[in-house]
Write a protein that binds this ligand. Structure first.
Ligand code: OOG
Ligand code: MG
Length: 258
């Protein structure tokens, strides 16, 4: 197995918008660690092209997502500048293969977080603000089907994000209990709650810190932005959809895709 070759293959699929077979169909012995090696190489290729990392993302942190994808462990990847949109903006459907939307809470840190045993309280103390947001995932794999090493190598299906316009102080809200509903073209598609994200979205940040520490002794830094993972299963998007997501007590995040 050649990490660089596989990374280039996955990178090209995103960059030139075409679906590929799962990489584990050919190399079925890829370990989780090697999958992160491939992801890091994909990220390096993007950076070489001038694309810039703007956030971390956690994925598969809720039961709904795990069941939908048939994968049982949290994963992490990176969000880039070219993926970013804001509430009310329009996305271009043709830039995607088979997009799906997820509702997430984003944490912005005011202090470093490093180590294996970070508590929810420690994450809350070190969080400057929380933003309601959406992620638009778009696996490069055919039929959105993958195993854990596939999706890790593919930068956890990252392709788009839509940030809400308002930031909230972490103490202002019971972040363990934020209800959310995703509506498309006036119809409610799904409902969920932030407690679905490993019990509390701050726990997802702690899990990310632990994963980074275990991988290479690194950690999160002041100013880091973290997508904590979809609260419900993700909803398929079609060209022309108008999506409104309601975060109880935190307003709405909207976009259309045409
Ligand atoms: C993997 C990415 C999952 C989340 O929030 O759970 C994710 C996928 O489902 O394609 O971003
Ligand atoms: Mg996500």
């Amino acid at each position: 197995m050649n990490i660089k070759e596989i990374a280039k293959h996955v990178y090209n699929a995103e960059d030139s918008h075409y679906p590929i077979d799962r990489i584990t169909a050919e190399s079925n012995d890829i370990t989780i660690d090697q999958a992160y090696d491939i992801q890091e190489e994909v990220i390096r290729l993007k950076e070489n092209k001038g694309q810039r990392i703007t956030a971390y993302k956690m994925g598969l942190t809720s039961r709904g997502k795990m069941e939908q994808m048939g994968v049982n462990d949290p994963i992490h990847g990176k969000v880039f500048d070219y993926m970013e949109k804001y509430d009310g903006e329009t996305l271009t459907f043709d830039g995607y293969l088979h997009p799906k939307v997820e509702a997430e809470l984003v944490f912005i840190l005011k202090d470093d977080i490093k180590g294996e045993d970070i508590t929810i309280d420690e994450v809350m103390e070190r969080t400057e603000s929380v933003i309601p947001a959406l992620e638009i995932i778009d696996s490069r794999y055919k039929n959105f089907k993958f195993t854990l090493p596939d999706v890790i190598a593919d930068n956890t299906s990252a392709k788009g994000v839509v940030y809400g316009r308002e930031k909230f102080r972490p103490a202002e809200h019971d972040l363990e209990n934020v209800s959310v509903s995703i509506h498309s073209n006036g119809e409610e598609k799904i409902k969920g709650n932030s407690s679905a994200v490993v019990g509390h979205p701050a726990e997802s940040v702690a899990t990310l810190a632990k994963m980074l520490y275990e991988r290479n002794g690194s950690g999160l830094k002041k100013g880091d932005v973290i997508f904590t993972g979809g609260m419900t299963e993700a909803i398929h998007l079609n060209k022309g959809d108008e999506v409104v997501t309601k975060f109880e007590g935190m307003g709405e995040v909207k976009f259309s895709i045409s």
